[in-house]
Write a protein that binds this ligand. Sequence first.
Ligand SMILES: [Zn+2]
Length: 210
Amino acid sequence: MRPEYIVVHTAAFNGNNCDRDMIDRWHKDRNWSGIGYHFVILNDKHRSKSDGTVELGRASNKAGAHALGLNSRSLGVCCIGHGDINDFTPAQYESLYQLVKQLMSEFSIPVNKVIGHRELNLLADNEVISSRYRTSKSCPGHKVDMDFIREQLSSVAINTEVESSEVSAESRLAMTNAIAVLQQHRAQFPNAQDELDEFIHHPEIIAITQ
Ligand SMILES: [Zn+2]
């Protein structure tokens, strides 16, 4: 996976000692392969770990399970605590800015693609994702101001030039034909049509087929 977005979340849990391992257990209980976030940032309610500690979740080259509709294109960062009740702690913000700046540079992600989970709805409005992926969640929480977060990150200089990939005329044609075959048979997979449209309209696929 090459991430294009960074999605900020709250754990939406106001209890003590919440960390990567606790979330891993929650997500395994949902029959997921394990923690759906790529990074977790602890708060001041942990008995033995410091406020602002960053813990690793899912490997950043693997698709997460944190933002339906955008999982194959994004990294998920979860701040412990409940963002509807309390804002992130200053130490969490410090770690969040440091981590996100690093990820923005590493993956050439511009600041406007650092979003809160609830802002998936803006992507649906702009038809970046299917409207079926709208969320009713307030995540990362009413107390968390994503515009303010983006302001703090806006100084990061990003090289947004897409690496030009060498795609032969032959494989361009093969891809165009493969999509035509899928389109012809789309009636056979009624429940996968949104995903097909999302795939076909992905910038990487458009770059190959046009
Ligand atoms: Zn979320």
